[in-house]
Write a protein that binds this ligand. Structure first.
Ligand code: SF4
Length: 364
């Protein structure tokens, strides 16, 4: 997959970084390039533009990250059963455009497609964390504020990342994507320490809502390719959208997956229902007024997000959890951003402590 860019801006201070040099050597045919003193100026919404979030996706800004790279997953809180995931922010915004994407609200004031050139500092942060708890195993992912691989053919960052994690025993890198950009990954040896995960949706959701992404079949084929290349693979059914044919479509999706990848080879499959703050719901419906997937029966939940009516989403979770349990080898699964009580109703047991859950998932 290759994404169109309108312009590439490179911060002066990043001009001589390996990332900028790689982009400069490849970008001639991609988009015009300018140098700027402060990337934050061009990452902001541009005046007079109707959909500045959409245009931001096409304006790449290579810049320094001024805040820490590593943080606890923002989905984790006292309210939710948590998987102990740590987020590494190497980029912000995404060239694809899913109608339900939380970035529509989260980076509305900062929509440029930012790639952080000082990612050596991220490696220093990770080494410090790891040295502070040598007996622990950390699962660290880059796919929170950006797709992990969408721009990889231009940036080549995945090669440095995989090489860094491959050399460290107590770390697992999780790259999360909706693309089939796997060429760079196939050039390096992850030594079993890198997991690549794909969000999977039924074709009906893909066609209605996941604009610019690789098809579900292409995502599964990429996973197969990386599995053969020594990577661990995992999947996220997230967001799960409830619509009239959803039960049949999601079960069929798992059947399609298991026909290509044996359940025994899958590290885990997470599940999470469609959830939207009022601000995100308004932005999504304004930008995608024809997307029926955004118009399901939702109610305002205790956490201030609109969610599918609980009995409907729990029913679908249970059907899928049963399917995973009976898949020959049971596939580990967890719920994202759901309470312990929902977890118990779906799996019949309380969730593990976040740190334990994180370590188990990292080591699968
Ligand atoms: S692929 Fe992920 S980050 Fe990109 S638009 Fe879709 S949901 Fe957002």
């Amino acid at each position: 997959m290759k994404f169109d860019l309108d312009h590439i801006y490179i911060e002066d201070a990043c001009r001589d970084t390996p990332l900028a040099r790689r982009i400069l050597s490849r970008a001639d045919a991609v988009a015009p390039i300018s140098f700027v003193a402060d990337g934050r100026e061009v990452a902001r919404p541009q005046p007079g533009v109707a959909d500045s979030f959409a245009t931001g996706k096409r304006r790449m800004v290579v810049m320094r990250r001024r805040s820490p790279f590593l943080m606890a997953c923002p989905a984790g809180s006292a309210k939710f059963a948590c998987c102990g995931y740590l987020v590494l922010t190497l980029a912000s915004n995404c060239p694809m455009d899913c109608s339900y994407c939380f970035l529509q609200e989260y980076v509305a004031d900062n929509p440029g497609l930012q790639i952080y050139a000082n990612y050596d500092d991220a490696f220093t942060e990770i080494d410090k964390l790891s040295a502070s708890a040598p007996a622990r195993h950390f699962r660290i992912g880059t796919g929170e504020l950006a797709d992990s691989l969408a721009m990889d053919s231009l940036t080549g960052m995945s090669i440095d990342l995989v090489n860094f994690f491959a050399a460290r025993e107590n770390l697992t890198l999780e790259l999360k994507t909706k693309t089939d950009e796997i060429e760079n990954l196939l050039r390096v040896d992850p030594r079993g320490r890198v997991m690549v995960s794909w969000t999977l949706s039924p074709r009906r959701v893909f066609e209605a809502s996941e604009h610019g992404t690789a098809s579900p079949a292409a995502r599964i084929a990429s996973a197969r390719g990386l599995l053969d290349g020594g990577y661990r693979v995992a999947f996220h059914l997230d967001p799960i959208v409830v619509y009239p044919e959803a039960e049949r479509d999601y079960v069929e999706l798992l059947d399609e997956l298991f026909a290509i990848i044996s359940p025994a080879k899958i590290a885990f499959i997470s599940m999470g229902g469609l959830r939207m703050t009022a601000g995100l719901r308004a932005a999504a419906r304004r930008r995608f007024p024809k997307d029926a997937m955004l118009l399901g029966e939702d109610v305002l939940a205790e956490d201030g997000r609109y969610r599918t009516f609980a009995p409907m989403r729990i029913r679908l979770y249970k059907i899928l959890a049963d399917k995973l349990k009976s898949a020959g080898t049971a596939v580990p699964s967890y719920l994202c951003m759901e309470s312990s009580s929902v977890h118990e109703r779906v799996f019949g047991a309380a969730p593990m402590h976040p740190a334990e859950a994180g370590e188990r998932l990292a080591l699968r």
